[in-house]
Design a protein around this ligand. Structure first.
Ligand code: ADP
Ligand code: MG
Length: 718
């Protein structure tokens, strides 16, 4: 008997049809991969069963040739008469076909390139075929291309009980490595047939009852093979009872895990306390190059309250692009430094790290402050890098700026007190444990311009406190946005020319393109050449893309910042953080290819100075309804939160946040947008369990269960 905990690498010990050692191992590797388990041996039957069908098909009604309509998709039982391989195009392509009968009329089935089928379908064999049947009016029979098939063993084989792929409601899976839907379906079928009846259910009974949830084992079975009375639509739209049960559970454990993590933070003191006295206050004031907005003051105060408390800070600073998050982070760093700590500022890209380092050094110099700041990136020479690293280890560097990777990999701090992480959404799950390794138990401030809708924020950052800068620095004129078609290109160029003549600069941004699409799309290099040589020969145009060496990028940015070049053609590498206040035009090519939040980020590269700024969204080719509607939102609002909500509605969270890198835990069944209501329900129950004093025993059991789930990383270290 299999249990949910059976390792997939042992599947072949269970005598399941066609699952040998190799298959078991390959399956384990694939499942370990998608569940982010480091070792294939850790992948279990439970993990496998959470690989859900992407849709379902109703193949339950057997058709026959007398009732079949032309073009109808159906299952039919057929007996093979004659079959063979047909070479086509001089033998380069092969086709296997057979002619058979359903007992009433003749049919033909054919498959491309699957010549092994010649050995599968013997004369007289009975088979169920599922596919789209087309009437061939020259031959006068129905034929079907690449149908799903299922052999029936012998005369008294009962279709009802033996069929896996046909004559029932069947799951359709996404390809998993080399495993295609058909093989997966039969693996799932055999695994479920051998799964112990007693599937443990870790949810408390009262919660199961209160939320009218199906037992876990039943849900896992039905979600793969829905019953004959089930609504296929409910399954495909993930609102069947089986789905509800598994979605609820997924949210429930997440909510428990976040609750446990929050609780842990509250009991875990940091190193030495941070103090605010007159000297520190004066240092923070002295560093400011401008007077802060009220929102900046308020959020700094929230940060200071965290820093001076006994618990390590774990705060998210949210603020729209250009709202001035950097200086707030720098002020927090000054406070830590004045208290004798080192600090780190981590950015997702080298360009951004360099920009931060440049700004911070400038601010320090202008205030004549006695701090040492160093930039640490992958492109430093080995010798320089070592020198800086040892200065950091000695405690001689107060402020370390670098990319996330570089800082985490190679730096031993003497006394790290605060880590500021810029544009967190690029980093993936905030790995507190990793940051903790760098220092004592430092304060962590995460800054993001991604206006994460509240609905998501609670899930993604459920264990972070949130501060919001909801006000832009004074003197900004709102950016004016226009959606335009290709026919206006020349006018747009004229407009850019005018802007440059009055002293401004412009960005031209292109999407990163796949090799296969090159034909249709303008790529950055070609665009750069055209603009420089043909359109704007009187100006200097420069080019920035992701494949350039870091020092080349740096040189290009410097040139643009100094207004030695007036137009910067770039791929989306400039999306986050780049700050050149003199630029007033953002032209986005193929705007229809970008997500709204990304367009919003890009648009935020202009409108950073006092000059009126413009964002032009050039939409090429099929301006479909959806993309037109989406782009119109950009014309209508500059409110990042509104845009994010819309984006979420249109594209779903995986797309918006880029699941892998987003920090959203990869849900196996649930979808945070679609399943809002279940999320609320599950969170309420988790809070109830965690708060309820009288239920301590059960709560303890739940907490140790959730700790045992590797995906939350809650296992106690040591
Ligand atoms: P973001 O929140 O997008 O990271 P930045 O911190 O880069 O924004 O700030 C955007 C621009 O606004 C920078 O040029 C910065 O110097 C400027 N800035 C920030 N705060 C103020 C302020 N209170 N007054 C004037 N300019 C400010
Ligand atoms: Mg920024």
């Amino acid at each position: 008997m299999l249990t949910l905990n059976t390792p997939l690498v042992e599947l072949h010990h269970h005598a399941l049809p066609r699952i040998g050692q190799t298959t078991a191992f390959k399956l384990a590797v694939e499942i370990a991969n998608i569940t982010a388990k480091p070792d294939a041996r850790q992948a279990t039957v439970e993990d496998l069963l959470h690989y859900l069908p992407m849709r379902y098909e109703d193949r339950s009604n057997l058709a026959n040739t007398s009732m079949l309509q032309d073009g109808q998709t159906a299952s039919m039982e057929v007996m093979v008469r004659v079959g063979g391989i047909v070479p086509l195009k001089g033998g380069r392509i092969k086709m296997y076909e057979f002619i058979g009968t359903d007992g009433i009329g003749q049919v033909r089935a054919f498959w491309w390139n699957q010549i092994y089928l010649n050995k599968v379908f013997n004369r007289g064999a009975r088979v169920i075929l599922y596919g789209q049947w087309k009437w061939n009016r020259y031959k006068n029979y129905f034929e079907v291309e690449n149908p799903e098939y299922e052999m029936l063993q012998d005369e008294d084989d009962d279709i009802e009980s033996s069929a896996i792929h046909t004559a029932r409601r069947v799951p359709v899976y996404r390809k998993l490595g080399d495993f295609r839907t058909r093989q997966l379906r039969s693996i799932f079928h055999h695994v479920l047939a051998n799964l112990s009846e007693e599937v443990e259910d870790p949810l408390p009974e009262e919660i199961v009852a209160r939320n009218v949830l199906m037992p876990r084992g039943e849900a896992l079975r039905l979600i793969h093979f829905p019953g004959d009375d089930a609504s296929i639509d409910a399954y495909t739209e993930a609102r069947s009872a089986a789905h509800r049960r598994l979605i609820f559970e997924e949210f429930f454990w997440l909510a428990m895990a976040l609750g446990v993590r929050r609780g842990e933070r509250q009991t875990e003191p940091k190193g030495e306390l941070i103090e605010i006295n007159d000297r520190v206050r004066e240092a923070v004031r002295a560093i400011l190059p401008f007077s802060p907005t009220n929102a900046q003051k308020r959020t700094l105060k929230e940060i200071v309250d965290d820093m001076t408390s006994e618990r390590p800070m774990n705060r998210l600073l949210q603020g729209d692009v250009g709202s001035g998050k950097t200086i707030v982070g720098v002020q927090a760093m000054v406070i830590a430094v004045e208290n004798g700590y080192q600090t780190a500022m981590m950015a997702p890209t080298e360009i951004l790290a360099e920009q931060h380092a440049r700004n911070i050094k400038r601010i320090i110099a202008a205030a004549d402050a006695p701090y040492r700041a160093e930039l640490l990136t992958g492109s430093l020479k080995a010798k320089e890098k070592r020198a800086i690293q040892s200065a950091i280890a000695e405690g001689d560097v107060d402020i370390v700026v670098g990319t996330h990777a570089v800082i985490q990999e190679a730096v031993q701090f003497k006394k790290l007190g605060l880590a500021v992480i810029d544009e967190q959404h690029r980093f993936g799950v905030l790995q507190r444990a990793a940051i903790r390794k760098m220092g004592l138990n430092p304060d962590v401030l995460v800054m993001t311009a991604t206006p994460i809708p509240r609905s998501l924020a609670m899930t993604v950052y459920g264990d972070l406190e949130v501060s919001v800068i909801d006000e832009l620095p004074p003197g900004r004129t709102p950016i004016r946005t226009f959606v335009r078609g290709e026919d206006r290109r020349d006018k747009i160029y004229d407009f850019i020319r005018e802007q440059i003549k009055i002293g401004r600069q412009a960005y031209v941004v292109l999407p990163i393109i796949e090799e296969s699409e090159k034909l249709d799309l303008r790529n950055a290099t070609e665009m750069y050449q055209t603009l420089q040589l043909e359109v704007f020969p009187e100006f200097k145009v420069s080019l920035l893309h992701g494949r350039m060496k870091p020092e080349e990028k740096e040189a290009v940015m410097k040139e643009f910042i100094a207004n030695h070049s007036q137009i910067l053609v770039a791929t989306t590498v400039i999306e986050v953080g780049v700050d050149v206040p003199n630029s007033s035009v953002m032209l986005i090519e193929h705007a229809e290819r970008f997500g709204l939040s990304q367009l919003h980020q890009l648009r935020g590269r202009v409108g950073r100075g006092a000059a009126e700024s413009y964002c032009i969204l050039l939409a090429q080719y099929q301006k479909t309804e959806v993309s037109r509607e989406r782009l119109k939102i950009m014309e209508e609002t500059t409110d990042g939160f509104k845009i994010a909500e819309k984006d979420l509605e249109i594209r779903g969270p995986g797309e918006v946040m880029g699941t892998r890198q987003s920090g959203i835990p990869a849900f196996r069944v649930a979808n945070i947008v679609r399943d809002q209501q279940l999320l609320q329900q599950a969170r309420k129950e988790a809070e109830f369990m965690l708060n309820e004093r009288r239920m301590t025993r059960e709560t303890d059991r739940l907490i140790s269960y959730v700790r045992s789930l590797p995906r939350f990383g809650l296992a106690r270290i040591g």
